[in-house]
Design a protein around this ligand. Structure first.
Ligand code: SAM
Ligand code: FES
Length: 350
């Protein structure tokens, strides 16, 4: 029965909520294997054996929010906070460009110290210095006007995971200052402004149910994003969720494959969290239908301070080491990291 649903999802690219729930509740190991095989074929059809790469620059770990799962939440007083200057950021880009990166991702906590004008200045400088590169922002929830300013300054893409599409679950993961309604509104605003938009969620976050996951899939289908990032929830020792179990590695891989069936041409990263929960997690993610990796370009001196969860990988490695490491990891499984912007290409019916 589940196998039939997997076939249906790959043909029709949509299921009902009830069908998604059985797909998530009733699947066997064999079903997951089947789904990953089809997902890998679909990815191969669109991307061959190519893996896109993004240079991640974690430019601030200050955050005004207090998400219960996140290690850099405002209430965590054990974090040594840091901010990178425009010059620091441009240095990361220079290193990254030499290593073959043609997309930079500026990610940070919601740090009010950088005004919209500061951000515009940074965006403008990056786009002037590296006109052949794409720039992705991941700065959290901002006003329509702020997103508009950043877009005009040259930003191409925006990552904002919706975290969970279930209202009640959203409240269980966040304090009442944050709402699912606003999170979704931000995503729609970004779409309207012409960004390539990325959303996503954590797999196995506390209180997650099959129903909530089904709602995630339905919301993602409705949004029709260019990118979807998912990774397992991993506890951080200084958060309210420190005693919760981590998310399931196998379920994460299965969900990546289902996302590939639903969104054949989407950009799907094999995330750092996936590489943290299992030493070969990123390889397995690619083999389950993902087609993007996002190594870290942040200066090594600040790496450990951007600790969203415990035991995050690559916190001691120079960007060049991570690039070489990932290159050899991808080659070992028959894939090749490419020097390309790797833009989203809207669907063309074959
Ligand atoms: N502040 C921006 C935002 O909220 O979109 C970007 C940075 S935020 C730290 C990036 C992502 O990290 C979040 O969307 C969340 O899904 C993920 N994350 C945070 N804590 C995590 C944890 N304990 N385990 C796994 N992923 C986590
Ligand atoms: Fe960073 Fe392997 S990717 S060391």
């Amino acid at each position: 029965y589940v196998k039939g649903l997997i076939d249906k999802l790959s043909m029709e690219r949509l299921l009902s909520k009830e069908e998604f729930i059985s797909l998530l509740k009733d699947y066997s190991e064999e079903d997951a294997k089947y789904s990953k095989e089809i997902a890998r074929q679909i990815a191969g059809k669109y991307f061959e054996n190519q893996v896109y790469t993004r240079g991640l620059i974690e430019f601030t770990n200050y955050c005004k929010n207090d998400c219960y799962y996140c290690g850099i939440r405002r209430s965590n007083t054990n974090v040594t906070r840091y901010r990178l200057t425009k010059e620091d950021i441009l240095n990361c880009c220079e290193q990254g460009y030499t290593l073959g990166f043609r997309t930079f991702v500026l990610q940070g906590g919601e740090d009010t110290k950088y005004s919209d004008r500061d951000m515009v200045e940074i965006i403008t400088a990056i786009k002037q210095g590296y006109p052949d590169c794409a720039l992705t922002l991941s700065l959290g929830e901002k006003s329509f006007e702020a997103y508009e300013m950043y877009k005009k300054a040259g930003a191409d893409r925006y990552l904002l995971r919706h975290e969970t599409a279930n209202e009640e679950h959203y409240k269980q993961l966040h304090p009442s200052s944050l709402s699912l309604h606003n999170r979704k509104q931000c995503l729609w605003n970004l779409k309207k402004l012409g960004y390539q938009v990325g959303t996503g969620f954590m797999v196995g976050s506390p209180y997650q149910t099959a129903e909530a996951l089904a709602e995630d899939f339905l919301f993602i289908k409705e949004l029709s994003p260019a990118m979807v990032g998912i990774g397992p929830f991993l506890p951080h020792h200084d958060t309210p969720f420190k005693d919760f179990e981590k998310g399931s590695y196998e379920l994460t891989l299965y969900l990546i494959s289902l996302l590939r069936l639903m969104l054949p041409n989407a950009l799907l990263p094999a995330t750092t969290a996936l590489g943290t929960i299992h030493p070969l997690g990123r390889e397995a993610g690619i083999q389950a239908g993902a087609n993007v990796v996002m190594p870290n370009l942040s200066p090594v001196r600040v790496r450990k301070q951007y600790e969203l969860y415990d035991n995050k990988i690559c916190t001691g490695d120079e960007a060049a080491e991570c690039k070489m490491c990932l290159q050899s990891r991808m080659r070992k499984i028959g894939y090749e990291i490419v020097t390309a912007r790797g833009d989203f290409v809207p669907f063309l019916e074959a």
